[in-house]
Design a protein around this ligand. Structure first.
Ligand code: FAD
Length: 391
């Protein structure tokens, strides 16, 4: 954040941000284009991020994490995403969807078994809510878990699971009582090395290509009842509560992508000449830069504010849904606005794979889709504001 802003960072925040920035510039930026091209999972850099504490930033040290606050998580994720949003996706799912869920809803035994490895980056965690026939409308999911004594038997197909091709553990949401719809969903911690679990084909994607995404398949998979997270039927509530945390991560990711595109655009506008002037001297370009910067800073304020709201709620146990949804909605639309303008400012070079601008443009789009589309964020915000049942 530049200037004398509302948010003052502590020395600890500044140090963490600098460490993330140096790591992202030195280790991630040089390989980002190659991994985007091949779609290969960046295991080596992710392992290094684990060693630096980036895979479980808010998890207490006793459970293998870095024991820092939500703003630290946002600052580090923003820097990682400036270099490569795909690394950011893997980091964000690990931190705010898997670790946050186990920390918030897990028993001591579950934390002991599932949190330590994932928070320290030695194991990878995934979150699986979506199915081929149920995305925004999670209550229509078709996968099933049927209780048999001290375990459940799971059957079904889940889709679009980030990190699934490499995940050691998956937080799975599945139906235990289909009659009850949303209230019939339960959450389970799944070991991917057990019989009955299979990974489907990797999805070829427009952007964040190095973050592996695939279907996962369950065929008579036996999960002990002690692996259920929360009570039977509490899965939907847990899924939504965890997405509050996830959405702050996606807002930070959008900030990182937009920030990188903006900085490149300023530099290009200062150098590139046309009609005997720097292109930045044309109002048509300069005003675009002004709008990019203004929206970026507004998105940053909403995102940091959501981080502070989450931090406060750690004490009270309250939800921070409104702050998280507004940050995600505005930051993701800002990322699209800024990267679209960045391609335009770079002209033909914006369209070339010789520069990262086209990658930023492709990567930005996902932030408007996953962890609740922009339409779903608007529904959530409007529902909270009006108390009406908006569909
Ligand atoms: C790269 C990638 C990674 C992903 N990772 C994960 C993951 O790790 N775990 C996971 O569980 N899921 C994941 N997802 C799934 C993602 O969360 C869903 O794609 C998203 O929630 C939208 O669901 P859908 O694709 O089924 O779209 P649909 O729900 O079918 O929506 C289609 C369109 O209709 C609109 N729409 C739907 N309902 C309404 C309404 N009531 N009012 C107005 N408009 C509406 C939507 O906004 C959208 O524009 C991932 C998706 C992608 C692309």
């Amino acid at each position: 954040m530049s200037g004398n802003g509302l948010f003052s960072l502590t020395d600890e925040h500044e140090m963490l941000r600098q460490a993330a920035r140096d790591f992202a510039r030195n280790e991630i930026a040089p390989i980002a284009a190659e991994f985007d091209e091949t779609g290969e999972f960046p295991s080596e850099t992710i392992a290094k991020m684990g060693a630096m504490g980036f895979m479980g930033i808010e998890v207490p040290e006793e459970y293998g994490g870095a024991g820092m606050d939500t703003l630290s998580y946002v600052l580090a994720l923003e820097e990682i995403c400036k270099a490569d949003a795909a690394h950011g996706t893997i980091m964000s799912v690990n931190n705010s969807l898997f670790c946050h869920a186990v920390l918030r809803f897990g028993t001591e035994a579950q934390k002991d078994k599932y949190l330590r490895g994932v928070a320290s980056g030695q194991a990878i965690g995934a979150y699986s809510l979506t199915e081929p026939m149920s995305g925004s409308d999670a209550g229509t999911m078709r996968s099933r878990a049927i209780r048999e004594g001290d375990h459940y038997v799971i059957n079904g197909r889940k889709s679009w699971v980030t990190s699934a091709p490499v995940a050691d553990y998956v937080l799975l949401f599945t139906m235990t009582d289909p009659e009850k719809k949303h209230r019939g969903i339960s959450a389970f911690l799944i070991d991917t090395d057990q019989p009955g679990f299979a990974r489907g084909k990797k999805e070829p994607k427009l952007g964040i290509r190095a973050s592996a995404t695939s279907e996962i398949l369950f065929e008579d998979y036996h999960v002990p009842a002690e692996n259920r997270l929360g009570e039977e039927g509490e899965g939907f509530k847990i899924a939504m509560s965890v997405l509050d945390a996830g959405r702050i991560g996606i807002a930070a990711q959008a900030l990182g992508i937009a920030g990188a595109a903006y900085e490149h655009s300023v530099a290009y506008a200062q150098e590139r000449e046309a009609f005997g002037s720097k292109i930045g001297e044309f109002q048509g370009v300069a005003f675009q830069l002004a709008d990019m910067k203004t929206r970026l800073e507004a998105a940053r304020l909403l995102t940091y504010n959501a981080a502070l709201a989450k931090e406060k709620c750690k004490q009270t146990g309250e939800r921070f849904t409104l702050e998280a949804s507004m940050a995600k909605l505005f930051a993701s639309e800002t990322a699209m606005f800024v990267t679209h303008a960045a391609v335009q400012i770079h002209g033909g070079m914006g369209y070339s794979k010789e520069l990262p601008i086209e990658r930023y443009f492709r990567d930005a789009k996902i932030t408007e889709i996953y962890e609740g589309t922009s339409e779903i964020q608007r529904m959530v915000i409007a529902r909270l504001e009006t108390g009406l049942r908006i569909t």
